[in-house]
Write a protein that binds this ligand. Structure first.
Ligand SMILES: Cc1cc2nc3c(=O)[nH]c(=O)nc-3n(C[C@H](O)[C@H](O)[C@H](O)COP(=O)(O)OP(=O)(O)OC[C@H]3O[C@@H](n4cnc5c(N)ncnc54)[C@H](O)[C@@H]3O)c2cc1C
Length: 452
């Protein structure tokens, strides 16, 4: 199903690459991360070419809920404890700064994209988690974020406590990308099939560049980088509900911290006020029985009885092992390749942070927040549990394939894992690395790079 964003914006088409070109930087992927990187490179005097396999914004970005916030679930107390205050401060600063950068760009470029300043809340309905939220509010405050603990929200059910961040924002991501991409050199339907040193090849063309940026959501290469061992993908579901005009609606954005916690935000869509309600997350490839949308609808009927559903969709994102995105040099032996991935469903500010860090690296400027995101970090103690879990999942998927009794089991072209059906979407998903395919075998999202 199409998201509200997709239903309301049609970004003009671009040609595909059919020639040999030379430039300073090539950006692979025209989602939020790729377009912001190309834009900031241009601002910093670096010429770039963007190569997109499908359409601008046509990856996960078209299905985001587009909260622009540094409130990334319970992260700040965890970061201080695991990585120390300095690294936690870099994370907080990069994401807080990103909110301001969105506002500045939108103002400077005069982009009409329904940008709205609003607070963001993280809530719990469980009394025994209140302390955790109080600690999070304190940790965020120590790191310079305008945070406070509260028990007052606009939610239609009782909560035990919440953390409120002031000065956050929300927008229409495709209206934003449409305007921001206008003056950039972009080729669509130009899937990159090989990168060797400075040479980037598509089916019909080549770009030679001093710098290569992988903004592809999930880097498809097995080697170098081993990104498939460092993260997994998680899918979540969204329903859009039309709110009656006479009813007061939520000004803030919300996320529950429980496993069954729900996400809420309101947006103005043409002449309608629409509430997004999201949740029902699972590891990609683990929804064979379905019922995710129905669970959302059941609660929606209870909490918002006068609303009607006007759209529903799902999306997935890469979950890094230590909850910090991988932004920076792709590997230490490829100093002119860069990567932006592992946004853990916080890809708006993370994409902006990535664009700042990578464009700074390309112009030879040390970004003050780069260290915490460096893909070369590996504090083994913090990672070992997740790392083992990821390897086990990959082995499980591969062995399921090897011992499958189906005559023609569906097999992922990425690394050969057995695919599982997603009953809600009628798609096929890889439980190891998260590639997703339509019932007709068409590729929906990677790391796989072609259909079944
Ligand atoms: C349900 C849900 C809700 C979310 N809500 C929020 C939110 O409220 N706020 C927030 O901050 N984040 C949110 N996120 C996360 C956010 O949507 C993503 O992190 C972000 O959109 C990712 O952007 P991206 O540019 O990295 O990837 P994408 O948008 O997927 O872009 C990558 C692009 O690379 C292209 N590509 C891939 N391979 C190749 C190749 N070989 N050659 C050329 N091009 C290639 C793809 O076609 C794609 O267009 C949410 C995520 C989910 C799952």
């Amino acid at each position: 199903m199409e998201s509200i964003w997709k239903k309301t914006v049609e970004i003009p088409k671009r040609d595909s690459l059919k020639e040999e070109l030379h430039t300073q930087a090539v950006v692979i992927g025209a989602g939020m991360a790729g377009i912001l990187t190309a834009y900031l490179l241009k601002q910093k005097g670096v010429e770039s070419i963007v190569l997109e396999a499908e359409r601008i914004g046509g990856g996960q970005t078209q299905n985001t809920t587009a909260k622009i916030t540094s409130q990334h679930n319970l992260i700040y107390a965890y970061l201080i404890e695991k990585f120390g205050e300095e690294k936690a401060r870099q994370y907080a600063h990069a994401n807080q700064k990103a909110i301001g950068s969105f506002q500045k760009i939108i103002e400077n470029e005069q982009i009409a994209c329904h940008l709205k300043k609003c607070p963001s809340y993280l809530y719990t309905t469980e009394q025994n988690r209140v302390q955790e939220l109080e600690n999070e509010a304190l940790a965020a405050k120590v790191l310079g974020i305008p945070a406070q603990f509260t028990t007052e929200t606009e939610l239609p059910f009782t909560i035990s406590g919440a953390v409120k961040f002031e000065g956050q924002a929300q927008f229409h991501p495709l209206e934003f990308l449409q305007e921001l991409s206008k003056d950039l050199t972009i080729y669509e339907h130009s899937r990159v099939v090989q990168v060797e040193g400075n040479t980037v090849r598509t089916e019909q063309g080549t770009v030679e560049a001093e710098h290569v940026v992988f903004a592809v959501h999930y880097p498809w290469q097995v080697v170098p980088g081993f990104y498939f061992l460092r993260m997994h993908q998680e899918r979540s579901y969204v329903i859009a509900l039309e709110l009656p005009g006479d009813q007061p609606h939520m000004a803030g954005m919300y996320l529950g911290v429980e496993e069954e916690g729900y996400s809420f935000r309101v947006c103005e869509n043409r002449d309608k006020t629409v509430l997004f309600m999201g949740g029902q997350s699972h590891r990609t490839g683990e929804n064979t029985s379905g019922g995710k949308y129905d669970n959302l609808r059941k609660h929606a009927r209870e909490w918002f009885p006068n609303c009607s559903e006007i759209a529903h969709w799902s999306a997935q994102d890469c979950m890094p092992m230590d909850h910090i995105p991988y932004i920076g040099c792709f590997t230490s032996d490829r100093p002119n390749w860069y990567v932006a991935t592992g946004f853990e469903k916080w890809g708006m500010t993370s994409a902006m942070a990535a664009a700042e860090i990578i464009s700074d690296k390309i112009i030879g400027h040390k970004n003050e927040d780069q260290e915490v995101f460096a893909p070369q970090r590996f504090p083994v103690t913090a990672l070992s549990k997740n790392f083992t879990e990821n390897v086990m999942q990959a082995v499980k998927g591969l062995s399921k394939q090897a011992f499958s009794v189906d005559e023609y089991p569906k097999k992922c072209p990425h690394m050969g894992c057995k695919l599982e059906q997603n009953a809600d979407e009628n798609t096929w998903e890889c439980p190891c690395h998260g590639s997703c395919f339509g019932a007709d075998g068409q590729l929906h999202s990677g790391p796989a790079q072609h259909g079944l």
